[in-house]
Structure formats: structure tokens, C-alpha cells
Design a protein around this ligand. Structure first.
Ligand SMILES: Nc1ccn([C@@H]2O[C@H](COP(=O)(O)OP(=O)(O)OP(=O)(O)O)[C@@H](O)[C@H]2O)c(=O)n1
Ligand SMILES: C[C@](O)(CO)[C@H](O)COP(=O)(O)O
Length: 238
């Protein structure tokens, strides 16, 4: 990153993890000796160019205390939807950062991200000047299906990519796009969708399939494989 424009991290970690069917929000499940959230933070913290990281956490969850004292990490209350949590974290960063600064938004639920892939995204964004996200080309044949289960058509996979995180945009533009989408009632499931909606160019940078989002119990086993450890079975809490 150039000297005057800084780079920050935002980690949405305020979800409930309904699809994980666990006894605690999935970002606090342990794999290979650390929570998913800690693995995700570790990868971002390995990038020296990231000045600081704002983590959006559930205000009611005492587990967020596990982040206390971590250098370069601060927390702020998240919101009802992922986009609300990201916007809350951007607002919390605004007193520390400039609108032109870059922000890398990375899901707490993507613990297997390789710091080398984060750096590749940063280099690409710096050289092109356009915001970008890590993404994976689709390798399957994809069907568009109607509500009755009838195939309408087969999509051209040469133009289809699976969005991952980190997603990297300028702080002011991203905050404006997310706030605008919310005000217009447009539901966005990632930062790139808000930026597309607001009319900004967005590029993809090829990522790796190891950067999976841990969504269901089976994903935890895959994450444990990549992180080189066991996935803890979380017993119901007293
Ligand atoms: N209100 C929300 C919802 C999600 N997230 C975060 O966004 C990331 C990706 O979201 P997802 O995988 O959908 O997480 P959950 O919403 O927790 O999962 P589910 O939909 O199964 O409840 C996760 O790190 C999650 O903690 C968040 O910060 N605030
Ligand atoms: C941001 C994301 O991880 C990109 O794949 C994804 O959109 C998260 O949202 P979801 O709740 O799983 O739809």
C-alpha cells in the first residue's frame, strides 16, 4: 500500500449460525486449537499492511471477550443482517480512518484464508485502483430452475464465479453504497453487491477453494482438514 492511503480490516462476526445447528455461534466453535474467528483474524493480522481490524460482534455475547487485548483489534456491536454488521464496523472505523482508505471485509466464518491470497488481492487492488473480491470460477454445470423444479436453462459457467471474502473497497464508497442499498430496501449478501448496485466497477481476483465459508456441520470437518487439527464437538452448555 502507498504511504498515505491506509488499509483496514473489517470482520463481521455477529451472526447466529443457524445453519450450523451448534450450541454457540459458529465463529466461536474451535477447530485446530482456536475459534474460527481467531483463525480468520490471525490471517488478517499476518498482513503487516493492515493497520487495524474492527470486528462486529453480537453485543449480547460474552464470548467476544476472547478478543480483549489483541493488538490492532477492536470490537463494535453488529446488526441484524451481515450488511448491518459491516456498516456498523465501517462507522466505527470512520473516526480512525480516511474515506479514501481501503477496507478489507472478511467473514469470521472463513477461517482457512491464506494470507498470501489476501496479499494478492491487495496488490491487484492497488495496481488497478478498482475494488475487488476473491472469487472462484464455477466448475459445475449450473441449472436455472423454476419454483416447480423444472429446469429453465443452463447458465454459461464461463461467466460465473463464486464470491468469497476478503472483499476490498474504499471505506467512504463502501459505507455510502451499503447505506444507500439499505435505504432503498435492496438486500445485499456481500459488499460487492452493494458496490455493483451503486454503480462502481468491481473486479474478481481468483481465490482458492480452501477459503470455504463454514456454514453447515460438514464444513467444520473440511476446515479442520485444511487447518490441520480436529473440530471440537460442542456439548450443550449448562
Ligand atoms: N447479523 C449478522 C449476520 C452474519 N454476520 C457474519 O457474517 C459472516 C457470514 O455470514 P453467515 O455465514 O451467513 O453467518 P450466520 O448469519 O451466522 O449464519 P446463518 O445464516 O446460518 O445463521 C459470519 O462471519 C457471520 O458471523 C454478522 O456479522 N452479522
Ligand atoms: C460474503 C459471502 O461470504 C460471499 O460468499 C456470503 O455472501 C455470506 O453470506 P450468506 O449469509 O452465506 O449468504
Amino acid at each position: 500500500m502507498s504511504k498515505h492511503v491506509q488499509c483496514w480490516g473489517v470482520v463481521p462476526a455477529a451472526g447466529v449460525g443457524v445453519r450450523m445447528l451448534a450450541t454457540r455461534p459458529k465463529q466461536y466453535l474451535e477447530v485446530a486449537g482456536a475459534s474460527l474467528l481467531r483463525h480468520s483474524l490471525r490471517a488478517l493480522l499476518a498482513c503487516d499492511d493492515i493497520r487495524g481490524i474492527m470486528v462486529a460482534v453480537s453485543p449480547d455475547d460474552p464470548r467476544a471477550a476472547e478478543l480483549a487485548g489483541l493488538a490492532r483489534v477492536q470490537t463494535t456491536p453488529g446488526g441484524a443482517q451481515r450488511a448491518d454488521s459491516v456498516l456498523a464496523a465501517l462507522h466505527a472505523l470512520q473516526p480512525l480512518a480516511a474515506d479514501d482508505d481501503w477496507v478489507l471485509v472478511h467473514d469470521a466464518a472463513r477461517p482457512c484464508i491464506d494470507p498470501a491470497d489476501i496479499r494478492r488481492l491487495m496488490v491487484q487492488v492497488e495496481s488497478s485502483g478498482s475494488g475487488a473480491l476473491l472469487a472462484e470460477p464455477v466448475v459445475d454445470t449450473i441449472k436455472q430452475v423454476d419454483s416447480a423444479g423444472r429446469v429453465e436453462k443452463t447458465l454459461d459457467r464461463r461467466h460465473l464465479w463464486r464470491a468469497q471474502t476478503p472483499q476490498m473497497f474504499r471505506l467512504g464508497e463502501l459505507a455510502g453504497a451499503l447505506a444507500g442499498a439499505r435505504q432503498a430496501g435492496v438486500e445485499v449478501t456481500d459488499e460487492a453487491s452493494a458496490m455493483e448496485w451503486a454503480g462502481y466497477p468491481v473486479m474478481v481476483v481468483p481465490g482458492s477453494s480452501r477459503n470455504l465459508k463454514v456454514t453447515t456441520p460438514g464444513d467444520l470437518e473440511v476446515a479442520a482438514f485444511y487447518l490441520g487439527g480436529d473440530a471440537a464437538i460442542v456439548a450443550p452448555e449448562a
